[in-house]
Ligand binder design. Structure first.
Ligand code: ADP
Ligand code: MG
Length: 290
C-alpha cells in the first residue's frame, strides 16, 4: 500500500466532484500512476465526516476486478489539513463513461452490452456484500484502455443491515406485524429502493450511452425538480427505434417503475442483451472508443 502523501507527486486534476478533487499522481519510488481523491471538510461538517468514513470503510473492504481498486486511505498527512481524507485509487486512464459519451456521442450496442455486463458483475459483488451503491451514473463508471469498466465513487453508498441480523431481531414479533410494517422491514433490509435502485440507475445510464445525453428529459438544459420527478415517476422512457429487441427489453426490465417487479441483478446477468455480449480478448485490447 501507499503510506505517505509525501511520496505522491500531483500531476493534473482529473475531476472535481461534490466531495473534493481527484488528481492524477505519480508514486515517487515506484513511478506508478494513481488517482488521488482528496475529500475536504469544513470544521463542523459532521455528516460529511461520517459519510467519508463510510466511503473509506467500503473502499478498504471491496476487492473486485469490477470495482475501482483502492491502494490506501490516508489522513492527517503532513501536507493535508488535519481532518482531510485521501483515497489512493487505481488510475483509470479512459476517464468516466460520461467523458466517453461526451467525446464520442452515442455508443454502439456492442460496447453498451460490455459495459452493462461489467457493471452488473460489479453490482452483484457489492450487493452480496450488502453494499448499495446509490449513485450509479456515467460519471461514476470508469474505463481503461483494456476496455474494462469499473464502478467508482462510494460517496453516498450504504451498507445495509444483513438479512441475518434482521431475521434475528424480528424473531417473535413478526407474527403480529401488519403488511406495511413487513414492507418497512424489507425496506430496512435494502430489498426495497436499496438494491433495486441500483438496477434502475443502471438502466438510465445504459439508455444515456445509447442516446448520447441524459435520456429522461429534453437535452440541452438542466431540468428543474418538478420536471425531473414527473419524467422519472410518471413518463415512459423514450423510444429506442434503432436498438435491438434485446436491448430495448433490457432497458425496460431496468426501468420498471414498481421496484418489486423490476429485474434483479442476477436476472439481468442472464438477459440475452448481456449474455450475447461476446467481447473477445482482442476486442477488449482495442478498448472503448478513445
Ligand atoms: P465525487 O464523489 O466528487 O463525484 P468521483 O470519485 O466520482 O468523485 O470522481 C469525480 C471524477 O473524477 C470522475 O467522474 C472521473 O472523471 C474522475 N476520476 C475519479 N476517480 C478516477 C480514477 N480512479 N481514475 C481516473 N479518473 C477518475
Ligand atoms: Mg462521482
Amino acid at each position: 500500500g501507499i503510506e505517505s502523501l509525501a511520496d505522491l507527486e500531483k500531476l493534473v486534476v482529473l475531476g472535481h466532484g461534490n466531495s473534493g478533487t481527484i488528481y492524477k499522481v505519480r508514486h515517487r519510488w515506484s513511478n506508478s500512476i494513481y488517482a488521488l481523491k482528496v475529500l475536504r471538510f469544513s470544521q463542523d461538517a459532521i455528516e460529511l465526516h461520517r459519510q467519508a468514513a463510510c466511503e473509506a470503510e467500503i473502499l478498504k473492504r471491496v476487492d473486485s476486478q469490477y470495482v475501482v481498486k483502492c491502494h490506501g486511505v490516508l489522513d492527517n498527512g503532513t501536507d493535508v489539513e488535519s481532518g482531510d481524507l485521501c483515497f489512493v485509487m487505481e488510475y483509470m486512464e479512459g476517464g468516466s463513461l460520461h467523458d466517453v459519451v461526451r467525446v464520442h456521442g452515442q455508443l454502439p450496442e456492442k460496447d453498451i452490452s460490455n459495459v452493462a455486463k461489467r457493471v452488473l458483475e460489479g453490482l452483484k459483488y457489492l450487493h452480496e456484500m450488502q453494499i448499495v451503491h446509490r449513485d450509479i451514473k456515467p460519471s461514476n463508471l470508469l474505463t481503461n484502455s483494456r476496455g474494462e469498466v469499473k464502478i467508482a465513487d462510494f460517496g453516498v453508498s450504504q451498507v445495509m443491515a444483513s438479512a441475518h441480523d434482521t431475521d434475528n431481531s424480528c424473531a417473535g414479533t413478526c407474527a403480529y406485524m401488519s403488511p406495511e410494517r413487513f414492507d418497512h422491514y424489507r425496506w430496512a433490509r435494502g430489498e426495497n429502493e436499496g438494491f433495486a435502485g441500483d438496477v434502475w440507475s443502471l438502466g438510465v445510464a445504459m439508455l444515456e450511452c445509447y442516446m448520447g445525453h441524459f435520456p429522461l428529459t429534453a437535452p440541452g438544459h438542466r431540468p428543474d425538480w418538478a420536471t425531473l420527478i414527473c419524467a422519472v415517476c410518471f413518463s415512459e422512457p423514450p423510444e429506442m427505434e434503432t436498438a435491438s429487441p434485446e436491448f430495448q427489453n433490457f432497458v425496460q426490465c431496468c426501468l420498471e417503475k414498481d421496484w418489486r417487479r423490476r429485474a434483479t441483478v442476477q436476472e439481468l446477468l442472464n438477459h440475452p442483451f448481456v449474455t450475447k455480449c461476446s467481447t473477445t480478448t482482442e476486442e477488449l485490447e482495442e478498448g472503448l472508443p478513445g
